[in-house]
Design a protein around this ligand. Sequence first.
Ligand SMILES: [Zn+2]
Ligand SMILES: [Zn+2]
Length: 287
Amino acid sequence: MKILLGAHLSIAGGVDKALERAFKLNCTTLQIFTKNNNQWSAKPLNNETIQNYKRLQKITKINSVIAHSSYLINLCAKDKSILKKSREAFIDELKRCELLGIKYLNFHPGAHMGQGEEDGIKIVAESINIAHDKTGGFRVKSMIETTAGQGTNIGYRFEQIRKLIELIEDKIRIAVCIDTCHIFSAGYDIRTKKSYEKTMSDLQQIIGIHYLKAIHLNDSKRGLGERVDRHEHIGKGQIGIYAFKKIMNDERFIKIPKIIETPKGNLDKFDKMNLELLRSLVIKTLP
Ligand SMILES: [Zn+2]
Ligand SMILES: [Zn+2]
């Protein structure tokens, strides 16, 4: 079984270019934005771009692609005009994914901005229900990413993710992504055998591993439970190499795409370094 390992890669020059970049880095999966991440609206994908993307996908044989939604989107925004814009932008991104045949649109639940966590979760669920209603029949799933819980961001406790899933009507359209930096920063330790097993069994019991469809592999610049989202190179942060060795060899996660979102250097130098390190961790048996 080939491991699914890749990186979040730039779409500069077109979404198809990300596949070329992935191929050069020996990636077997990748994550992209389907549009400029810093703008609310984007030109619709034209047929030529879609065809180029699908042609490149055949050549590179990289079929596992995840889209990450724009950071501008806040599906529980307090400001009604931002909430409206966010909902429209999320629906537009689902449409872009569907056109490209991308199966998962990863998103951060949102920041409640003082409305409270409980109401925040309800508003996010409402946003997702609306989005699913407006995209009936689509194959793309909305993938909830666990957060570090920075500021008023929700989704930093597995219980909050479970609550969100409970409130989303179409469970078939839902998936979950854990980010090692985020869970660690949110207070879930994974640095030792015991803490790793405890965190993963919480994940299984509270959310359910069947929902888990991607893992973001990032080390953390900040400490356990600090609730600050700062990614670091694999093995060079507060988490350290052991947790990554465990994940790379965890049988429960063999078929799960693993994506790095570590700091970028020129010419993908750092991506190459982090991916090579992760590949080198794959062994048959763990002590
Ligand atoms: Zn992430
Ligand atoms: Zn992050």
